[in-house]
Design a protein around this ligand. Structure first.
Ligand SMILES: *Cc1c(COP(=O)(O)O)cnc(C)c1O
Length: 345
């Protein structure tokens, strides 16, 4: 008898599930066929490339229970493509798209009992690609592991969306030109923890990072993409290599244009943003987070009276509507997870 899951107590935190996927590849060879196995700890060499030199990437996506009953993924081909780009950047063997999608679908299907009912959250899917072979010098590891595990998460905003306050950092940067900011390299995230903790101590939810060269243009909000709206035009920083190309970001751009908004991908100056009408950030976890206030030095701007702005709300409803199939999938973004035949005992 399997234990009952209390959906209402789910938060955005880690819960182990039943099954994970593991595949291996030796440097210069093809990927071996992956295996499904019980979720659990793995053993790894202390000399593994991932542990010593950060040769690692991750992905993040959500499987949701559609209002039509099935389990659906949102644009997983985009995650597959992003992992390939990252693998090339970090000198790792890319995981072919078909292998990535097959692994994700199988792990979601095998953990179907962990997919929350519609509206109660999602099954967060975490593919990782690591250099797991031992290596002493700074060079690509001799062996790689691609794994997929999943974890149920509650709604990001419990009790409805609430705007967050952000602080612009004049001290720290997330990424620099020519670096690894444009891929989901594991090493990009720990350096953000200390600045983020400092901002939280001051009562802010997160840091806004400016570009590392001119210290003028907004790059990202912690680990989410930034948008603002001014005079009905939607702005988001252009992808210059230092900004992570979010799938939520790309989807919001298409969605906003389809609703008749002009969307400009360009350099977005902090001084301009402090005069904007609405701001929000975007990523898989929260989908869209409204920004209620931004402080830069002694200057603070409050947006929409610290309430959810109209464009922010419209785009949030449209995107989450598509993701749960409440709205028609006009862009072909939804991919149903094939479910194996249920065995009758
Ligand atoms: C993952 C991530 C995002 C959001 O990407 P999505 O594909 O929308 O989830 C934005 N910024 C950073 C730094 C990220 O790691």
């Amino acid at each position: 008898m399997e234990e009952q899951i209390d959906w209402d107590s789910l938060t955005f935190s880690f819960t182990p599930t039943d099954i994970m996927y593991v595949a291996k590849c030796k440097l210069g060879e093809e990927w071996q066929t992956g295996e499904m196995m019980p979720y659990g700890d793995i053993t790894i060499s202390p000399a593994a490339g991932v542990l010593n030199y950060g040769q690692g990437l991750f992905e993040g996506m959500k499987a949701q229970r559609s209002v039509n009953g099935g389990i659906v993924l949102f644009r997983p081909e985009r995650n597959a493509a992003r992992l390939i780009t990252g693998a090339e950047r970090l000198g790792m063997p890319p995981v072919p798209e078909e292998m990535f999608l097959d692994a994700v679908e199988k792990v979601v299907a095998a953990n179907a009992r962990w997919v929350p009912p519609t509206g109660k959250g999602a099954l967060y899917v975490r593919p990782v690609l690591w250099g797991t072979g031992p290596i002493l010098g700074v060079s690509p590891a001799p062996e790689y592991t691609f794994m997929v595990y999943v974890c149920p998460v509650g709604p990001y905003f419990k009790g409805g969306m609430h705007p967050i306050s952000l602080k612009v950092s004049d001290e720290f940067h997330r990424a620099c030109p020519g670096g690894s900011g444009g891929v989901k390299a594991i090493g990009n995230y720990a350096p953000g923890m200390m600045p983020s903790k400092g901002a939280k101590k001051e009562g802010f939810a997160e840091i806004i990072y400016l570009d590392a060269v001119e210290h003028r243009y907004i790059e990202e909000v912690g680990a989410a993409n930034f948008f603002c709206v001014k005079d009905g035009i939607v702005y988001t920083p252009e992808l210059t290599g230092t900004i992570l190309p979010g799938i939520t970001r790309a989807s919001i751009i298409d969605l906003a244009r389809s609703k008749g908004y002009e969307v400009r991908e360009e350099k977005v100056e902090i001084e301009f943003v402090l005069q904007a009408d609405e701001c929000f950030c975007a990523g898989t976890a929260a989908v869209i987070s409204p920004i209620g206030a931004i402080c830069h030095g002694d200057t603070c701007t409050m947006y929409c009276n610290n309430e959810v702005g109209p464009v922010t709300g419209e785009l949030y409803d449209a995107l989450t509507g598509i993701q749960t199939q409440v709205e028609a999938d006009i862009f072909g973004w939804i991919r149903a997870v094939p479910m194996p035949e249920i065995e009758i005992e």
